[in-house]
Design a protein around this ligand. Structure first.
Ligand code: SF4
Ligand code: SF4
Length: 451
């Protein structure tokens, strides 16, 4: 008994210091946000670099301090505690405010970039250093996006630190976002080469195989431009089917893609908000495949138009491309896809809108070795797996019957397996034969002990 008293006494100051550091983190976050706000509205009166770039740095330090303090002392079992109680992660008032701010930022970014001039100017030194050219709204966006993936990547690393799979997967998305989607495109511009994102492919980056972009890359990029077109085409039509055959769509959606990277890091606190109903699944199928069809048709029309020099389709193909760019490329992927994280979960775009996810999903369902096997006899029907499936798959339904999960939408994030207290679920890349065979399940009625 005295030992317990002493240890409790010793714990108290430690807890107090954790609390103090958390408060310090929150204070830095508030100062950083204030700086960003001042840069947005007061660039004419005070240096936006000082307030905007300085504010971003202070915000980053505060967020890292807060995340470190709030995650490192929690056990794996405690990491999701209170998700449905906290306002910000259970569609409460603060979730609506975050959703409103995110959506508003995307609206300004796409259609009213002049309103972001203060923040754009704030990034000027960074833009000059990396790209040797003035900052613009897309550089501002890229910087914020990359910071969000890196900072919340630290959150995911701490939250899932007991799992080697999740550590490597999180490091992978952080690496691809920082290296392939931020630094490399900037360095290409620095050396006067075309800006190119080597980790995005058609049909997600739909214009990469449009004739206008292909012409531009070959003309302005010379040998490197030809390589870029070759790289994009090979990844879209050859590497994607081959890699998906071996690993399922997870190789891209949960390891490489920038949209998936943001969803798995900044979006992680919202993953349980995905709708698991059958109605949501019907919407998913009814929207995502037509979008894939739309982008295929648009690309074909543009090439037909280009080959016929406009004689066959006139302005029709251009209209298709503009419509797709506005409604899907801007509104859906940005405004709704990220802006609605706090209300509809972190994979709204990947689940309902992304044509790459649809393409990968078809390959995964009909032409892949990937599956999640379920040792159904061990399942206690707790429902953790279904709750934290960001793609809205009712994983428990499969587990209860010992059926393997082979779904087009599964992005292979592996969180269902991580949160399962019974080790029921396993992500596997086995042979295609017997892929749908379930595990032998012992039911109560099968035992017939008394008969
Ligand atoms: S089924 Fe599991 S691995 Fe697939 S998306 Fe859902 S949580 Fe991730
Ligand atoms: S988390 Fe595991 S035990 Fe719980 S319902 Fe899912 S498969 Fe069953």
């Amino acid at each position: 008994m005295p030992t317990t008293v002493i240890s409790h006494q010793a714990e108290a100051p430690v807890k107090e210091s954790h609390h103090a550091l958390k408060v310090a983190g929150l204070l830095l976050i508030s100062i950083g946000l204030l700086g960003i706000l001042v840069a947005s509205v007061g660039a004419d009166y005070i240096s936006p670099v000082l307030t905007g770039l300085g504010g971003t740095l202070v915000l980053t330090m505060g967020a890292l301090l807060y995340i470190w303090q709030s995650r490192q002392y929690k056990s794996p079992a405690e990491q999701n505690q209170g998700m449905w109680q906290r306002q910000a992660t259970s569609r409460g008032a603060s979730a609506w405010v975050i959703g409103f701010v995110l959506t508003g930022f995307y609206v300004l970014l796409y259609w009213f970039p002049d309103t972001l001039q203060g923040l754009i100017q704030a990034m000027e030194p960074l833009s000059q250093w990396l790209r040797n050219r003035p900052s613009d709204q897309w550089f501002l966006y890229g910087t914020f996006y990359t910071l969000a993936v890196l900072v919340m990547g630290v959150y995911a690393l701490l939250k899932y630190r007991t799992s080697r799979y999740h550590i490597i997967r999180t490091l992978s998305v952080m690496f691809f976002q920082l290296g392939f989607a931020f630094l490399l495109p900037g360095l290409l511009l620095l050396f006067n080469k075309p800006e190119y994102y080597f980790s995005y492919f058609w049909p997600l980056k739909y214009d990469y195989l449009f004739p206008g972009t292909v012409d531009y890359l070959i003309r302005d990029g010379a040998a490197l431009g030809v390589f870029m077109v070759f790289w994009g085409a090979v990844f879209s039509f050859l590497a994607t089917p081959v890699l998906t055959y071996f690993y399922g769509k997870r190789w891209y959606c949960s390891w490489v893609c920038g949209c998936g990277g943001l969803a798995e890091t900044a979006g992680d606190p919202y993953r349980h908000l995905s709708d698991k109903s059958r109605k949501a699944w019907r919407w998913e199928v009814a929207i995502i495949y037509p979008i894939l069809g739309f982008v295929i048709l648009t690309t074909l029309f543009l090439w037909i138009n280009s080959w016929s020099e406009g004689r066959l389709l006139g302005n029709l193909s251009g209209g298709f491309a503009q419509t797709y760019g506005f409604f899907i490329g801007a509104m859906f992927s940005g405004v709704i896809g990220v802006g609605f994280y706090p209300l509809m979960g972190n994979r709204v775009w990947c689940r309902f809108g992304c044509p790459m996810a649809a393409y990968l999903g078809l390959l995964q369902k009909y032409f892949s070795r990937f599956r999640i096997t379920t040792n159904g006899g061990q399942c206690i029907s707790c429902g953790n797996c279904s709750t934290y499936c960001e793609m809205g798959i009712d994983v428990r339904w499969y587990a209860q019957q010992g059926k393997p999960i082979i779904r087009a939408s599964c992005v292979g994030c592996g969180i269902c397996a991580h949160v399962c207290p019974r080790g029921v679920l396993k992500l596997e890349n086995g042979p295609q034969e017997n892929r749908y065979a379930g595990s032998p399940l012992i039911r109560r009625d099968d035992l017939r002990i008394l008969s």
